[in-house]
Design a protein around this ligand. Sequence first.
Ligand code: PAN
Ligand code: ZN
Length: 201
Amino acid sequence: MGVRMNLMEPFETALDFQTGVLRPAGRIIKRHLSDMRGMYADANAERKVFESEGDRLIYEVHAVDLPEKTGLVLYCTTIIHPGRIGAEYHMTKGHFHEKRDRSELYLGLAGEGYLLLQADDGTVRGLPMARGTMAYVPPLWAHRTANTDDEPFAFLAVWPGDAGHDYGTIEQSGFAKLLVDGEQRVNLVDNPNYGLITRTT
Ligand code: PAN
Ligand code: ZN
């Protein structure tokens, strides 16, 4: 159990810029491959990972434990471990905010990654992220991050307390583009499963 902060008292959190770890530890969420079944395009590659090594840890969220309330600022770090499922880089589940017009700010801390953004009409944008990159997630855009390097990719996220998270839309449709390893290092390619129900459990 992590420390729950008193939202009416000043407090400080120590952020390790190298690792993205917060102290004192709040809520830590670990996302394994089994939490993301069907989200990677290459189902065979996903199955092979399960068979050869079991349930791989893909990413961790280290959140300062505050209530999701209007007027509060919430923040957490995300650490995406390096690796691929097939050609696709390790990534987060991705979501829209439940209140679609709530925006967000990301700050790259360590490693290299990509922020993938998708509008309601399927338009996709990709922003490279490294240490010091401040990436703005506008209202109405779904967002997902991926680790495109061989080291852990860590970033800080700050967003309004009443934004909420809608995971279902992405679980159903996916993103229109995939971030894959290719000759030019990072490639954005069409997702053959886009718009289909990709989740199997
Ligand atoms: C981020 C994300 C975090 C994990 O803090 O929640 O990177 O990604 P998923 O939530 O998609 O699993 C954020 O965008 N918060 O709103
Ligand atoms: Zn968000």
